[in-house]
Design a protein around this ligand. Structure first.
Ligand code: CA
Length: 193
């Protein structure tokens, strides 16, 4: 299976770099671009399996890029928005985006969404992390499902990641900051207890 290709169109260089680093580490082929017009050009060259698209872009705004991409096919789009209300408002315009994350987000959250979308569209990487099983508990990193005595537990993406890290090393004591950097991928000073 070919490595899935991802294009990031985002004008904030720092966000581009962090996302690129995380996605490359996961094994994806990643290209990025800082504005809408060049981004569309790159989209045509690369023919990515998924597009990560910032809504507020210089030049052509994100919603126009999304509309152009949508006219040409069904490449999945993960939208980056400044706030979730913005997404709710824009959803009314039917941009054709598959999912969104509101800023500020953790790179791990974006990676989780990317994996979920690519899995849905049949373009996912094989996840080589094992299912962790204990009596009455199964944690599947591929489907991101947790089953407690056979019933699915509803967890947020971050809760899932914390559980997976803890369950993978039973008996180990983690510092709060260690967990935050393992799960969120960065040092988080104001981490909620
Ligand atoms: Ca922006």
């Amino acid at each position: 299976m070919a490595t899935p290709k991802i294009l990031i169109i985002e004008d904030e260089a720092k966000i581009r770099e962090v996302l690129r680093a995380y996605l490359v580490r996961e094994g994806y082929t990643v290209e990025d671009c800082g504005d809408g017009e060049k981004g569309l050009k790159k989209f045509h060259e690369l023919e990515p399996d998924l597009l990560i698209l910032d809504l507020m872009l210089p030049g052509i705004p994100g919603e126009k890029v999304a509309a152009a991409v949508r006219q040409e096919g069904d490449t999945p789009i993960l939208m980056l928005t400044a706030k979730s209300e913005e997404w709710e408002r824009l959803r009314g315009f039917d941009l054709g985006a598959d999912d969104y994350v509101a800023k500020p987000f953790s790179p791990k959250e974006v990676v989780a969404r990317v994996k979920a979308i690519l899995k849905r569209t049949g373009k996912g990487l094989p996840d080589d992390r094992p299912v962790i099983e204990f009596p009455g508990l199964a944690i599947d990193p591929v489907s991101r499902e947790v089953r407690v005595n056979g019933a699915e537990a509803q967890l947020t993406a971050t809760e899932f990641d914390i559980l997976y890290e803890l369950a993978g090393q039973p008996g180990r004591v983690f510092r709060r900051t260690q967990l935050a950097s393992l799960v969120l991928g960065y040092d988080h000073d104001a981490y909620d207890r």
